[in-house]
Ligand binder design. Structure first.
Ligand code: GLY
Length: 295
């Protein structure tokens, strides 16, 4: 590992190969930092067995985007690209979370980039898994970095993304059940996966203190008109009241003809929902808005 790091130079990414609660990644800016990470994982066993094997990855610079795709193991059809906001605070500051808000489509994934994602990421992935005798059927989540050299894969997940799904599925015009049946029946090639040309934004309302410690059990009030747009995650019903019961509590999603409209509508709804200790980012979609304004 040390020889490889010295050969590749910095910046470079050193990862514990096992599960380390999101903490097993060191983005080393210098060769010395990378060597320290290797010592800490392989010799000092900072992450226990999770760090018994390390993975070295190219350092990637750019904007992140998520592309979910339906696949029947042979054909893979991408959904519209979205962008999550993983850090807890505005301006992408603070610790990582499960996702504080999303918008779709993400303009950073231009039609040209999307074509490359299909040809260079999705198609080879599905063909590779089939050739290895492990065809994958269902929803594949590609976490991408859009670099100046094109799209690069950060991770794959075997599931829908949260809160990506909250902005992607409301824009699906094709019937979801038909598409899902086609993935399991192996005839996805015959089915259209069509999206509307509208925009969606989802703002996550969390409990103050998340992703560290936070209190639960506060009553949530959601106006009747807003209710259909709210996806409930960390909440529970107790004696006919809805109470907070987790870190990320609600996903508030709006659709608009334009991205600014979708963002404004979702923040408008957020302002009508109340619970003690509510916390949310105020800048969901800000990066895309900047690109939008510069257009
Ligand atoms: N939003 C990130 C994920 O679902 O993994």
């Amino acid at each position: 590992a040390r020889v490889y790091v010295r050969q590749m130079g910095a910046p470079i990414v050193v990862k514990a190969d096992g599960l380390a609660a999101g903490k097993g990644v060191v983005v080393a800016q210098t060769v010395d930092e990378a060597l320290d990470a290797i010592t800490s994982m392989l010799e000092d066993k900072t992450f226990g067995e999770a760090g018994a094997r390390v993975v070295m990855e190219e350092f990637l610079e750019g904007e992140e985007a998520s592309v979910l795709a339906f696949t029947d193991g042979e054909t893979i059809k991408a959904m519209i690209p979205s962008q999550d906001h993983k850090c807890i605070y505005d301006g992408d500051k603070g610790p990582n979370t499960g996702g504080m808000g999303t918008y779709a489509p993400a303009p950073v994934v231009t039609p040209e980039v999307m074509e490359r994602v299909q040809k260079e990421v999705l198609d080879p992935m599905i063909a590779g898994m089939k050739n290895e005798g492990k065809p994958y059927v269902g929803c594949l989540y590609a976490g991408l970095m859009i670099t100046k050299n094109g799209p690069k894969v950060i991770e794959f997940n075997c599931r829908f993304g949260d809160p990506e799904t909250q902005v992607v599925l409301p824009l699906l015009e094709s019937d979801l059940l038909t598409v899902m049946q086609a993935t399991t029946n192996g005839n996805l090639g015959d089915v259209e996966v069509k999206f509307s040309d509208k925009n969606a934004c989802c703002v996550i309302m969390a409990s103050e203190g998340y992703p560290l410690s936070y209190e639960k059990g506060f009553e949530i009030t959601i106006p009747y008109g807003v209710l259909p747009n709210v996806y409930v995650a960390g909440a529970k019903v107790y004696k006919q009241s809805l109470l907070t019961n987790g870190g990320r509590v609600l996903g508030v999603t709006a659709i608009g003809d334009t991205l600014p409209e979708a963002i404004e509508k979702s923040y408008g709804m957020v302002s009508e929902i109340h619970f003690d200790n509510a916390f949310y980012r105020r800048d969901i979609g800000a990066r895309a808005m900047k690109a939008w304004e510069e257009k």
